[in-house]
Design a protein around this ligand. Structure first.
Ligand code: 5GP
Ligand code: ZN
Length: 117
């Protein structure tokens, strides 16, 4: 069911603390942790504690929680003193989504070309 923890979900396990992660920030509703395979000096994932399969499902089912995730992307940028940064929600396997628990990538600390590859 939407929002319920999933036994086979890596990010639900990080929320539960059963898989370790380098946590940057935690709020009542979100967790932010460093990506295990960073693509930039700052590469942090911000996730809702609730399980939703992607950002679109999150926004549809729990818009306030989607707003919490967005607010936390700014807090992560502040934490790492980033003036410029990029927030990415890969949605669907064709766009590179590999973990089916909604997450925002916060990337910064180097030049970020636009348009991206
Ligand atoms: P996606 O490809 O779904 O947009 O992003 C998933 C991200 O999760 C990838 O950037 C990947 O490096 C990261 N990731 C996968 N497994 C782990 C893990 O066990 N710990 C952490 N911290 N990040 C992970
Ligand atoms: Zn999950």
């Amino acid at each position: 069911m939407a929002g319920e923890p999933q036994d086979d979900c890596l990010f639900c396990k990080i929320v539960a603390g059963s898989i370790p992660a380098t946590i940057v920030r935690e709020t009542e509703t979100t967790v932010a942790f460093r990506d295990i395979n960073p693509q930039a000096p700052t590469h942090v994932l911000v996730i809702p504690k609730e399980h939703h399969r992607d950002a679109a499902a999150l926004a549809a089912a729990a818009p306030q929680l989607a707003a919490d995730v967005l607010r936390e992307t700014q807090a992560v940028a502040d934490e790492d003193k980033l003036e410029s940064y990029r927030v990415v929600f890969n949605t669907g396997s064709g766009a590179g989504q590999t973990v089916w628990h909604a997450h925002a990538h916060v990337l910064g600390g180097r030049g970020l070309e636009w348009p991206p590859g």
